[in-house]
Design a protein around this ligand. Structure first.
Ligand SMILES: [Fe+2]
Length: 245
């Protein structure tokens, strides 16, 4: 009503309405669509309809962007224990996948081992750089012992990773070493999830664990980015070596 009083024609009133505008454009498109090839204004209407489609698409991408931001907020709100438990679950899944790769599939075995190694290396770094020092600050000898044990377990896991990296899946000791690695990781997960994490919740507190969760996530993303660019470089140099022969 106000728009009519302001001097807008009925068509402008409909067009200015968020839904009316789309309906009007569609109606015009239908009316003119049949004679679009011959009408001088047909192409203009088709362009307008294309504009509407693009605007709808940009509406979709705005919704996707909003969802992505919400997901980012959710991620930044996960505490350190939740993040580390997710890491454990991801590595467990990789070991399960490894078991399903047949013995003859050397490249498949090597590829899944690379994933396991990358995941364990990143996990050990973020725990040793951020989580363990924070947990060690708790005034509890028991927690300090749990952290010392964590460092020792990491040492053993890193040593096995280095040993497996130096052989191929065709080596007769390969499967046995993978089995020991899996058992060591399972032991580490049991210790952390059964003792260290509940104690961290008790002594470190919710607020600090949330802060640590953000720090761990940021460092993890940085390490994964470095790792993937290194892998890309390694792949590239392998391709270069092959093409030079
Ligand atoms: Fe861990």
């Amino acid at each position: 009503m106000d728009q009519v009083r302001l001097g807008l024609r009925p068509v402008e009133v409909i067009r200015n309405h968020p839904i009316g505008g789309i309906s009007l454009a569609c109606a015009l498109g239908l009316l003119i669509g049949s004679s679009a090839k011959t009408s001088a204004i047909g192409p203009a209407i088709l362009v307008a309809l294309a504009g509407l489609a693009i605007s709808k698409r940009s509406g979709n991408s705005r919704a996707e962007e909003r969802d992505r931001k919400q997901e980012e907020v959710k991620m930044s709100e996960q505490d350190a224990v939740t993040l580390l438990k997710k890491d454990h679950a991801a590595v467990k899944q990789l070991f399960e996948q490894e078991e399903h790769v047949t013995k003859k599939n050397d490249s498949g075995k090597a590829s899944i081992f690379n994933e396991i190694r990358a995941a364990l290396e990143v996990h050990a770094i973020i725990e040793e750089e951020i989580f363990y020092p924070a947990v060690k600050e708790a005034r509890s000898e028991q927690v300090k012992d749990e952290v010392r044990e964590g460092y020792e377990e990491h040492k053993q896991i890193k040593s096995l990773l280095a040993q497996i990296s130096s052989i191929t899946p065709a080596d007769e000791t390969y499967d046995m070493k993978i089995k020991v690695l899996k058992e060591d990781v399972e032991h580490h997960v049991k210790d952390e999830e059964g003792e260290m994490f509940p104690d961290a919740k008790k002594f470190v507190g919710k607020t600090r664990l949330l802060e640590l969760g953000k720090e761990l996530e940021a460092r993890k993303q940085q390490l994964e980015k470095n790792h993937s660019s290194k892998s890309a470089l390694a792949n590239q140099s392998t391709k270069n070596i092959r093409s030079n022969h």
